[in-house]
Write a protein that binds this ligand. Structure first.
Ligand code: DSN
Length: 423
């Protein structure tokens, strides 16, 4: 992003660091499944003067004056969010996904109440009740996993745990699960035990928005998401809910958890929501899934092991056990070669979360650059080459190898402009 001279003049150090990050993002294969390239319009809105304004409260009911712009802006973001997902109510103020999840808990479960969520090592999220998270500390969290035989969600296990523990809230959603979630089946179980169903669609929100994944909105009491992953907006959160929970959700976000909303982020969310309402976003969402499937095939052709054997969404989980190096070691080696992904636990991992057996690979960012299915063989080739070289040398790759691979990656990406970044 090129800035007007203000930042360069005032703080060349920060300006140069930002320029370096632009270059890094432009020149690398960005495959972290929770990341993307926000558009220039989204970035511009994020940098607006709205950051100067406090606005505790909600449109039409604020604790400060000077809301002539903030009120219609937040109302616009709310209307667009509701239109994208067909939701009865939207709260656009959560600072990010974890605060959105805490707000859902605060609104729907009494302190110490029982919740049921997918465990982190199985592909869930920290905030679905994992023991080190506030959600596992302040609530009585019970966790479900995936089947050992095929690493897929086991709805019989979810039902059995729900019946045994009678949770007040059931989470569905994930941060590292490559398959479609059956939201209707979760809703049936929640109904059977009188629990609120909350779907965390942070990873797949863009796919849901574009019709490339079923929507939980008709089934869940509330739906939480970040706005920056497949949805391709600014860093932020969003909660959608049924009208009957609107008051409780709004109260939980403010004053329950947060102070003033970040209005510049609200503006950027509104811009991203407009982009998601454009018919072209459907093509984008479908292309992400097509690319992820094609990349999966290209890995299988190179004898790599994929958790569940493939994907239905934007991500793949590679099990590196057979290569002899861990996911963390592979990710570090690849990072030096211009390939950015993260080490990730695989289901029933024998290794520790900080040094797990797998790597997670997401296609949202590359798809935003215009890479299509026919490019996935080359992408798999780069990753495979880096992993094999690292495995040959006990995790280390030479500077010469890293420079060569990073150079070829950079050259390969040249024809695909990175949205939001100047070329
Ligand atoms: N950190 C995000 C991810 O990478 O999936 C989830 O919060």
């Amino acid at each position: 992003m090129t800035f007007d001279p203000a930042l360069q003049d005032a703080d060349p150090e920060v300006s140069d660091l930002i320029a370096r990050e632009d270059t890094r993002q432009r020149d690398s294969l960005r495959l972290i499944a929770s990341e993307n390239y926000a558009s220039r319009a989204v970035l511009e809105a994020s940098a607006a003067s709205l950051t100067n304004k406090y606005a505790e409260g909600y449109p039409g009911r604020r604790y400060y004056e000077g809301m002539d712009v903030i009120d219609p802006l937040e109302a616009l973001a709310i209307d667009r969010a509701k239109a994208i997902f067909g939701a009865e109510h939207a709260n656009v103020q959560p600072y990010s996904g974890s605060p959105a999840n805490l707000a859902a808990l605060l609104a729907l479960v009494e302190p110490g109440g029982t919740i049921l969520g997918m465990s982190l090592p199985a592909g869930g999220h920290l905030t679905h009740g994992w023991k080190v998270s506030a959600t596992g500390i302040y609530y009585n969290a019970v966790q479900y996993g995936v089947r050992e035989s095929d690493h897929r969600l086991d709805m019989d296990q979810v039902r059995a745990l729900a019946k045994e523990h009678a949770p007040k809230l059931i989470w569905c959603g994930h941060s590292a699960y490559p398959r479609t979630v059956d939201f209707a089946a979760f809703a049936e179980i929640a109904n059977e035990v009188g629990a609120h169903l909350v779907a965390d669609i942070a990873h797949i929100a863009g796919l849901v928005a574009g019709g490339a994944h079923p929507s939980p909105v008709p089934h869940a009491a509330a739906v939480t998401t970040t706005t920056h992953k497949t949805l391709r907006g600014p860093r932020g959160g969003l909660i959608l809910c049924k009208q009957e929970h609107a008051k409780a959700i709004d109260k939980a976000v403010f004053p329950g958890l947060q102070g003033g909303p970040h209005n510049h982020t609200t503006a950027a969310k509104a811009v991203a929501f407009k982009e998601a309402l454009d018919p072209s976003f459907k093509d984008y969402a479908a292309q992400i899934v097509t690319n992820a499937k094609a990349l999966g095939e290209a890995f299988l052709a190179r004898d790599h092991a994929l958790i569940t054997g493939g994907t239905d969404n934007h991500l793949l989980l590679l099990d590196l056990t057979a290569t002899g190096i861990s996911g963390r070691v592979a990710a570090k080696a690849l990072n030096g070669c211009g390939i950015e992904l993260n080490g990730n636990s695989i289901p029933f991992d024998k290794r520790k979360p900080f040094d797990p057996s797998g790597v997670r690979i997401g296609l949202a960012a590359l798809t935003s650059r215009g890479l299509a299915a026919e490019h996935m063989d080359a992408v798999a080739g780069f990753i495979d080459e880096g992993i094999r070289e690292a495995a040959k040398h006990d995790g280390a790759v030479s500077d010469a190898f890293a420079t060569s691979l990073a150079g070829r990656v950079r050259e390969y990406l040249q024809p695909f402009p990175a949205p939001g970044l100047s070329h």
